[in-house]
Design a protein around this ligand. Structure first.
Ligand SMILES: Cc1cc2nc3c(=O)[nH]c(=O)nc-3n(C[C@H](O)[C@H](O)[C@H](O)COP(=O)(O)OP(=O)(O)OC[C@H]3O[C@@H](n4cnc5c(N)ncnc54)[C@H](O)[C@@H]3O)c2cc1C
Length: 462
């Protein structure tokens, strides 16, 4: 009997224990492996063009890695997956476990529809599966630092070797999808590109990461969030390489701080996945209601404010630079994500869910757990969002993390003639102030007071 491996958020062949299990099973039976990818209309409809174009490119790369044998089918999972299993009379369908709400519901429906054929989950997109760790009292972690400690203590297995000479089955395929048109210049997709980008970062980028990671004006982070989102690479591979860096320090190489900081960022990724595992409702609902209901802006003025934010026309250069980087590249630096998110929620008083939806539509790394929980963290409604009343100042954040103004000049052409940090305060430019750059849409100091007053009212009513 052949084995089926159903690829989802694990679009790679190396360090993929679920795929390795499918290959082992097929070999033991002297049979073949079906590599299946299902184009799910629900997910396809809910994604923006850049994400779909990236998906199309990574599927084309996976198909090449499978020797052209990737079987792509379209339709609802609980119809198509059992149909393929019946078609080849498979004993089991192997998957990397889905841990987010939609995937969990879908897999429960598919397992039921498969009947006697088993849906076999092995591993997850995380080094430590969401839901595995708990406090001494047996509760889910509410706070990041103890979670990270438990996560490090728990540890993870070594990367799974890539199966060689895979006996691929040849089945009719609808072919990998055509990429929709997009103006976004996509990074190279696929497992090979991810491994090569990671190798470059390990060699050249990890040195100084602990300091450079907060600077949007320099190329100081790995941009691995995109391949991690699609499973073109697994965090276990990154963690094993980081351990090797620590085991073999070299002169001029990354410091212990650089490595620890990078590992800690991966732990945040796992923390958010764990929170969503325990609280699937966090996808749409605030985990804590910190604001009274009447604090949120709505109506035509709020819609216009949202539109200005989304287009990068707020009059605050760091916010506008970030929003335009998102529209142009499908990615935004983490520091700037925090600033633009804070601006939407605390300066414009718009619900975090609106901003999160815009991000998900445009980010190539858009991921329900990371996106919704980071938005909740900034909004002060999430886990470990202390202090929940933090309000990022878009001007001083720019001066601190983009000290020479290079990041703003790169993304806001109206301000390219301005030298140095003056670019963060266009209202002080006098005659140099460009006509085509908008005035500040709100007064940050006043809106901050408003947000703090609302939070105080929220506290009183809790
Ligand atoms: C409002 C908001 C929305 C976000 N939405 C997403 C999202 O949809 N998808 C996503 O992957 N990340 C999201 N992030 C987290 C973070 O901004 C990105 O993971 C990071 O910018 C990716 O860049 P990098 O790979 O160069 O990071 P690096 O600095 O190189 O970090 C290495 C890896 O650590 C992880 N990481 C780093 N920072 C965070 C963080 N704050 N939370 C969780 N994991 C982190 C990522 O997997 C990243 O690839 C969001 C952050 C904010 C504030």
């Amino acid at each position: 009997m052949p084995a089926v491996h159903w690829f989802r958020r694990d679009l790679r062949l190396a360090d993929n224990p679920a795929f390795a299990a499918a290959v082992d099973e097929a070999r033991a039976a002297g049979d073949e492996v079906v590599g299946l990818y299902l184009l799910d209309p629900t997910l396809w409809r809910s994604s923006g063009a850049p994400r779909l174009a990236y998906l199309a490119a990574t599927l084309a790369a996976l198909d090449r890695a499978c020797g052209g044998r990737l079987v792509v089918r379209q339709g609802a999972a609980n119809d198509v997956v059992p149909a393929v299993a019946r078609e080849v009379r498979a004993n089991a369908v192997h998957v990397t476990a889905a841990t987010e709400p939609y995937g969990r519901r879908r897999d429960a429906a598919v397992a039921a529809a498969l009947g006697d054929t088993a849906l076999v989950p092995t591993g997850s997109p995380y080094a430590v599966g969401p839901g595995l760790l708990s406090t001494r009292a047996g509760d889910p972690f509410q706070v990041f630092t103890p979670f990270r400690r438990a996560w490090l203590d728990h540890g993870w297995s070594a990367p799974a070797p890539r199966p060689r000479d895979v006996p691929w089955a040849a089945l009719p395929s609808e072919g990998t999808p055509h990429a929709p048109a997009t103006d976004v210049a996509l990074p190279e997709a696929g497992e090979e590109a991810a491994l090569s980008r990671w190798a470059d970062f390990l060699r050249d980028g990890l040195v100084g990461y602990a300091d450079a990671r907060d600077r949007p004006d320099v190329d100081g982070t790995s941009v691995m969030s995109i391949p991690l989102k699609w499973g073109e690479i697994h965090p276990r591979t990154l963690l094993a390489d980081l351990a090797a860096v620590t085991a073999r320090p070299r002169a001029g190489g990354p410091s212990g701080d650089d490595v620890a900081r990078f590992r800690s960022e991966l732990a945040w990724r796992e923390f958010h996945a764990d929170v969503l595992w325990h609280r699937p409702d966090a996808r749409t609902r605030s985990l804590r209601d910190v604001l009274p209901d009447d604090a949120w802006a709505h109506g035509p003025e709020a819609d216009a404010a949202f539109d200005a934010w989304a287009r990068g026309r707020t009059g605050y250069p760091l916010v506008d630079a970030g929003m335009r980087q998102l529209l142009t590249t499908g990615w935004m630096h983490n520091r700037v994500r925090m600033v633009v998110a804070s601006f939407l929620v605390k300066d414009l008083h718009l619900p975090w869910q609106r901003g999160a939806a815009h991000f998900l539509a445009h980010l190539l790394d858009g991921d329900v757990a990371q996106n919704q929980l980071n938005w909740q963290w900034v909004a002060g409604t999430g886990r470990d969002a202390a202090p929940y009343f933090r309000v990022f100042n878009p001007v001083t954040q720019g001066e601190k993390f983009d000290p020479a103004g290079d990041y703003v000049r790169r993304w806001v052409p109206e301000l390219r003639h301005v030298t140095g940090a003056a670019v963060h305060r266009p209202w002080d430019l006098g005659l140099d102030r460009p006509d085509d750059y908008p005035d500040r849409m709100v007064d940050h100091a006043r809106e901050r007071e408003q947000a703090l007053a609302d939070l105080q009212r929220g506290k009183a009513t809790r």
